[in-house]
Design a protein around this ligand. Sequence first.
Ligand code: SAJ
Length: 417
Amino acid sequence: MKICTIGLGYIGLPTSTIFAKYGAEVVGVDINEEVITTLNAGAVHISEPGLEELVKEVVEKGAFRASLKPEEADVFIIAVPTPNKDDPYKSCDLSYVLQAVQTILPYVRKGNTIIVESTIAPRSMDDQVKPLVEKEGFVVGEDVFLVHCPERVLPGRILTELIYNNRIVGGVTPACAEAGERVYRLFVQGEIMKTDAKTAEMSKLMENTFRDVNIALANELAKVCNDLGINVLDVIQMANKHPRVNIHQPGPGVGGHCLAVDPYFIVAESPDLTGIIQEARNTNVSMPHYVVNHVKNLVKGIDYPKIAVFGATYKGNIDDMRESPAMDVIELLEKESMNIAVYDPFVEQTDEKFMTLEEAVSGAHLILLLTDHNEFKEVNYDAFTEKMKQALVFDTRNCIKKEACKKMKLVNFGNVH
Ligand code: SAJ
């Protein structure tokens, strides 16, 4: 089977190389020339556990190569970004997907399958992608098979989850779903669930919305508990002993290119029917401000306090800063005339705010932990007390152990009130 993938980012590259490992001939297409050169040399431009080794392996065995131009293939897979549009409801910007479809159409032949993996608004396949393919004279479901197969992998565990997660294969017609299943059978060991395209679109969006709404509930609970002088972390621990309750973790907000983006795609389609989703988004978006208000209290009375920020990425143990709430907190703190020193072992120190651990804590009035990297869970915070002007940590992720802070005052969402 020859596969041509469009987009070699966080999803397109791991998907392409897994297909290549499991026997397909894969040509991966991207518009970035540097990405193409890097990959063809067997190196990677994104960090994900195991990916570099896999790219090297499939390039060396000649199963994968990167190119600026698409080629004829049996299967085309589109994995390009779908950001929010700059409109009041932040609707789904489908332009990169539609552009990718246009780019491959000259290479599409009868019998080919076209798969969109990018996360898309409900009805995009039926209402927007299908007409483009029909315009070329193809009958969808007979000549060309059109499928939406949303990716559902967790950054940091992509290569494992690609193989073992259950997979939704949404065909524009039942024959399209059959064709999609044949493609993913090559390596997927989870269940392959066949459905129609619009059900697949909505299922994917709702998975991330479910998580966003649940995190919002935890964040709202944190605010209420702090207001009433109750330890929210104890409350969550107690409540989660109930067999059917699973309250999520409060934190400085929700980031990444999925949870902070996808719920709006549903809202934009049905604004009058999505009160809960909208309110959850607002709650999560409010969290950086909430954290900053607590920081202001913790350093009250200090002129130009130095804040050592631990972590800038949107979650732990990855290098991705997209929609990171930590970056929002940093920006807000700077507006409050504070001296911000950021340490993140996963981020290249390109900006003068980013520095080494030593430099960040030296002379600081507060360590503000915003990302739960493993390294931050293992540090001995007491070792910093002499270097700091004030021995104080605010752990917004509840990940620092009490034993690491015997001399240092440890504040978290449970006791910040
Ligand atoms: N977060 C909290 N509290 C929690 C859990 C998470 O504040 O209890 C925060 C994280 O710190 C982070 C954000 O939420 O800022 C999102 O992180 P995440 O680990 O929940 O998810 P993502 O965005 O890395 O990946 C999600 C996954 N979706 C679900 O778990 C339902 C993944 O399976 C999807 O493939 C991915 O979105 C995607 O691409 O859509």
